[in-house]
Ligand binder design. Structure first.
Ligand code: ATP
Ligand code: MG
Length: 439
């Protein structure tokens, strides 16, 4: 559990400039637009969590709120900004890029930013040249999925990346990426500090699996599970139309099964949900194969939703990794497909199995309106934080407030579905699958 000290945000120095935002709301010059530097967003939202704490709320764990500051560290109009997107695709990357550029231009008078291409590779001499990002360049990019800057995996040297930032005179670097990208960002921060430079590094956490802690829901997640729910519907329609119909849907979720849970709950159509956090067996009375066979006998068809990281203990792992060092997972979807096919044949039961794997069709889409708004507001919060001289932090949202979270905290653990929590309980109630499928 985080304490107040863990939630402290690093500042490059005392603010030096007045924000131009007051001028922006001309005719209505008001303080209300600004976030008070004394305000905090409470970490806890449950009374029992606060039992035994000192009565002064200022001593309670709390986050620095996001939002525009009256006084800035970096000069409006003159600050140089870099943007990089790293890791896998996720709906909303272009929306975040666009909103950063527009916020800089419209509110801080900074008419262009430097777009580093293909992830951290673009911050090294070996990478592609950067691109100029102006409001004109980014104007329509949110009409497309993906990232206009491209992305990459693979390790880059923080010293080399900081050399590049210095060479280009970058004052603020925005990193839009996942847990690995934030580890990379943390190394850039350390190198910047070692050299005593005044360069801010601000993260906008990107994880389609929603597995980054402390930031609330990640952008693109709602879009992703909405699309995934459509795939579950497709699988169900196929299964219901067939003799011995089984729809098998493999979704994203390497370590955290949020997409599988939410997509299954969204349309009430899944009979079994399998996630990395909850082990299951194939054999045995409560194992998947027997339960699925029973369900098809009772109802004529069934739908199984499996997250890509589920049941890895049932498979032989190759030990292979991707360029960033992440373990390559064995294919649980194919393994289930083959096991189900074999089992139904052994039982002499008819089976028509439809295997649906929509991952790429989900990662590459534009965000839905909910996520589009969220991307925009996260990006605005990130720009405000950077201009105010914050560094070594990411933006997130808690209790409906935008917040600043130290990078060290978001890479300290992974957010996952609690097997004894209310989300998983909701899934168990909806699917009526056995609570313990290993027995
Ligand atoms: P996702 O997992 O959602 O696709 P990610 O940001 O975790 O996104 P990775 O490929 O793991 O994706 O990492 C992105 C970039 O961050 C890569 O260039 C990778 O080399 C770098 N990176 C990852 N882990 C570290 C680390 N521990 N130290 C420095 N750089 C890292
Ligand atoms: Mg990752």
């Amino acid at each position: 559990m985080a304490e107040l000290a863990d939630l402290r945000i690093t500042r490059l120095g005392e603010p030096r400039y007045d924000s131009p935002l007051a001028a922006f709301v001309a005719g209505r010059r008001t303080n209300e637009h600004y976030v008070s530097e004394d305000d905090r967003v409470l970490y806890h939202d449950t009374v029992s969590d606060l039992d035994g704490r000192a009565p002064d709320p200022h001593s309670w764990p709390s986050f620095e709120p996001g939002g525009p500051r009256r006084r800035l560290f970096f000069a409006p109009t003159r600050t140089k900004v870099g943007i990089v997107t790293c890791g896998g695709l996720c709906p909303g990357l272009n929306d975040v890029i666009r909103a950063i550029v527009m916020e800089l231009a419209l509110h801080y008078g900074i008419g262009e930013a430097t777009g580093f291409r293909n992830g951290y590779l673009g911050l090294t001499p070996a990478g592609p040249d950067p691109v100029r990002l102006t409001p004109e360049v980014v104007h329509h990019i949110n009409q497309h999925g993906g990232t206009m800057l491209g992305t990459s995996r693979g390790s880059q040297d923080a010293e080399v990346m900081v050399d590049r930032l210095v060479e280009l005179g970058i004052d603020i670097l925005f990193v839009i990426g996942g847990d690995g990208s934030m580890r990379g960002a943390s190394k850039v921060v350390a190198e910047v500090a070692r050299r005593g430079l005044e360069i801010a590094v601000i993260g906008v956490p990107k994880t389609i699996d929603n597995d980054i802690p402390f930031i609330g829901q990640s952008f693109g997640f709602v879009t992703a599970f909405s699309r995934a729910a459509q795939s579950i519907s497709v699988a169900m329609v196929e299964a219901q139309a067939a003799v011995g119909g089984v729809g098998l849907v493999k979704l994203m979720g390497r370590h955290s099964g949020f997409i599988a849970c939410y997509a299954a709950l969204a349309n009430h159509e899944a009979d079994f949900v399998l996630i990395p956090e909850v082990p299951f067996a194939l054999d045995g009375p409560n194992g998947l194969l027997n339960c699925l066979h029973q369900r098809v006998k009772e109802r004529g068809s069934a739908v199984v939703v499996v997250a890509e990281g589920a049941g890895q203990d049932l498979l032989e792992l190759s030990g292979a990794t991707d360029e960033s060092g992440n373990a390559r997972f064995a294919d649980i979807g194919v393994h289930l497909r083959d096991s189900i096919t074999r089992y139904f044949a052994e039982q002499g039961s008819a089976l028509t199995l439809k295997y649906v794997e929509p991952s790429y069709a989900i990662r590459s889409v534009r965000p839905d309106p909910h996520d589009a708004v969220y991307c925009l507001r996260l990006a605005q919060s990130a720009v405000h934080a950077g201009m105010a001289g914050r560094t070594d932090m990411v933006v997130g949202r808690r209790h409906n407030r935008f917040i600043h979270v130290p990078i060290s905290l978001v890479i300290s653990e992974r957010y996952s579905v609690a097997p004894d929590g209310d989300l998983w309980m909701a899934v168990l109630e909806q699917t009526a699958q056995p609570v313990d499928m290993t027995l």
